[in-house]
Design a protein around this ligand. Structure first.
Ligand code: FUB
Ligand code: ZN
Length: 648
């Protein structure tokens, strides 16, 4: 499958990745330029002077002398950058970028130890503790990110060195971990290596990597004992990651065997990365029990623990899921990486079974939390994506110090920015899916794609200005005589959908969220019209944070109010139950958005200064309200913002 994006909305993002994110992140990782690195929350122990990520590799390779600096998983920032660079090069070659990426591959290979071991923290700082502190060490987490980068870079450039380095590392891990006697019987406190191993298996066909992935997933239920033994052996030594040792079992995803799990627990990124690998493995192995576990966790997330923006993780404590319907809007976590991970999980669920609802969630997370994770300039990033923010409270209330109102230039814990880069650079991989001889269209992103199915070459031209409108035209072209089966997703948000095939009206019959059609002739034109209206959304009343509130959306985009448009104290503005909404495309606003306006109300304080009184001390006045897409918030300076508004 070969896909080229042609639509402005996404082309802009892709250009941003190529022209801004990749060079900018390169500078950060190389400590070039005076970039201000913010701590992700108020905690003086967080290392925020510099990235040092590439310098760590240079020291490990013996090219320079110095100390390791940064988080123990700093290597993964470089790997994610390399993976993003691979996707950028896939779209269009760029000599300078390829040279930089090749040089990074050389450096990584040089840092690798003769036995295949690779992790700069342990090579530089504590070689005697290699594989001794898996609860905290992130050694396999970093390896997983390297495997992902290596597979992507090898596929695009044919660079054999990167693949060989990855294979040597995988073999080293395989020699050390497994059920056999003499090996380590446990896994990493942060799932990720499993995703990387599945990719390495796909590229190399080496079954040991598949089985190692299976081992790492299966052993989690027994990791408690493994970690306890490692803790015991380490007694008296300085923890690798201060504070992490005492996190509970759900944080490390070791509370039970994943195959038995029913709810999404603990650290959201860890949980979602684990699920991503579980779904991939379940499909590859035809393991129905594991697939069932994936379905249960999926249901729990989507029906009870996910924000309307596709954010996950309700608390900063352990960056974690909490309990059903606990979805506070102002103290939540909603880490950018967690929504990127949710997209990975959704994609693997789709590969397991083609159900439109997986793509619905993919779209929700992508167009809302993931895009909001980055400023429109491609150089500022959120780690945490609130649905409600008051900058003054974030500054002064310690329980909200993680909730930032303006995206920092970089973060000490920099997992999110390069994760965003690799996600946006590879969005073309999420548009279509081939499954059992059928072409599924999951995301409506204008593009040209070529497929080869059962020996037949098929070209698809997808024309649309989505998400501005929901009109989609698919031009299917083929040379042979075989019928092409297509499935167009009918998004969960869409009503009154209608379709046409070669100009003739067709009923859009839906099965599992798809409209299945086929193209017989050499050229077939299929249209799908999904009228986009301004819609109100209400939460289940068990979500106490949203009771009495309404959220506005239009197509896949969730909307929000900012005080720059609506005045301060957004808690006091109210949308009317029978409001009439006006949509207005504003080309100059936030790179061109459709804003939504309506006449609403505002509570106006008329108190006498007393905090509490026996009678209402406010008036209600009319107020014009303006809403913008959530993904674009926080691009006009420090500002209050709310997704859920009171309803009058
Ligand atoms: O532990 C590595 C990364 O740092 C996690 O994935 C993020 O949530 C952040 O904690
Ligand atoms: Zn992150």
């Amino acid at each position: 499958m070969n896909v080229k994006i042609t639509e402005d909305f996404w082309k802009n993002y892709r250009n941003l990745v190529r022209k801004e994110m990749i060079p900018y992140q390169w500078n950060v990782l190389n400590d070039i330029g005076g970039i201000n690195i913010e701590r992700e929350r108020a905690d003086d122990t967080i290392p925020n002077e510099k990235s040092h990520a590439i310098e760590n590799f240079k020291i490990a390779a013996g090219r320079t002398k110095g100390e390791f600096y940064g988080y123990v998983f700093q290597d993964s920032d470089v790997y994610k950058w390399l993976e993003a660079a691979a996707y950028v090069l896939r779209e269009d070659d760029d000599e300078d970028l390829r040279k930089k990426a090749d040089d990074i591959v050389d450096l990584i290979a040089e840092a690798q130890q003769p036995d295949g071991y690779l992790d700069t923290y342990f090579i530089i700082k504590e070689p005697e503790r290699k594989f001794m502190t898996l609860r905290e060490s992130h050694e396999l987490y970093c390896a997983g990110h390297f495997f992902e980068a290596a597979c992507a870079y090898y596929a695009v450039t044919g660079n054999k060195k990167v693949l060989d380095t990855a294979i040597r590392l995988a073999d080293c891990i395989d020699r050390h971990f497994g059920a056999e006697e003499g090996k380590l019987h446990g896994s990493d406190g942060h799932p990720e290596v499993e995703i990387g191993l599945m990719k390495l298996y796909a590229v190399t066909g080496e079954k040991r990597y598949l089985r190692l992935c299976e081992y790492f997933i299966g052993v989690r239920g027994e990791c408690h004992k493994f970690f306890a033994e490692q803790d015991e052996a380490e007694k008296g030594m300085t923890p690798i990651f201060e504070g992490m040792r005492h996190a509970d079992d759900t944080y490390f995803q070791i509370q039970e065997a994943p195959v038995k799990q029913s709810t999404a627990e603990g650290h959201a990124v860890r949980q979602i990365y684990l699920c991503t690998a579980m779904a991939d493995l379940a499909r590859e192995d035809g393991d129905e029990e594991l697939a069932e576990a994936c379905r249960r966790i999926w249901r729990n997330i989507v029906d009870r623990r996910m924000y309307i923006t596709g954010g996950i993780g309700s608390t900063v404590n352990g960056e974690a899921f909490t309990l059903d319907y606990d979805l506070p809007n102002d103290t939540m976590y909603c880490e950018t990486c967690a929504s990127v991970g949710l997209i990975f999980f959704a994609k693997n669920m789709l590969k397991l079974e083609a159900k439109g609802e997986y793509a619905d969630v993919m779209e929700r997370a992508l167009y809302n939390t993931v895009l909001a994770g980055m400023a429109l300039d491609g150089r500022h990033f959120f780690y945490v994506n609130p649905l409600e923010v008051d900058p003054e409270q974030s500054r002064k209330n310690p329980t909200k110090s993680h909730v930032k109102a303006v995206r920092p230039e970089w973060l000490a814990c920099a997992c999110c920015p390069p994760n965003l880069a690799r996600m946006l650079a590879s969005v073309d991989d999420y548009i279509y899916m081939e499954k059992d001889g059928e072409i599924f269209v999951n995301l409506y992103i204008a593009s040209e794609a070529e497929f080869s199915i059962n020996g037949e070459k098929i070209k698809i031209k997808l024309e649309t200005d989505y998400p501005k409108s929901g009109s989609v035209k698919l031009k299917v072209e083929k040379n042979g005589y075989k019928v092409v089966n297509l499935a167009l997703r009918v998004p969960g948000w869409a009503d009154n959908v209608y379709g046409q095939i070669d100009g003739a009206e067709e009923k859009v019959a839906q099965e599992d969220g798809y409209w299945h059609v086929y193209a017989e002739d050499k050229q077939t034109e299929i249209s799908l019209n999904m009228p986009m209206y301004v819609e109100r959304n209400y939460a289940d009343t068990r979500v106490s944070a949203d009771v009495g509130k309404v959220c506005i959306s239009r197509g896949p985009l969730v909307y929000c109010a900012e005080s720059v448009d609506n005045g301060e104290a957004l808690q006091n503005i109210e949308l009317l139950e029978n409001a009439v909404f006006k949509e207005n495309f504003e080309p100059e606003l936030l790179n061109g958005v459709i804003s939504v306006r309506t006449e609403g109300k505002r509570i106006v304080e008329r108190g006498n200064g007393q905090l509490y009184t026996h009678k209402k001390m406010y008036d209600i006045e009319g107020q014009s309200i303006k809403l913008i897409p959530y993904y674009a918030w926080g691009n006009r300076g420090e500002n209050e913002m709310r997704v859920w508004l009171r309803e009058h």
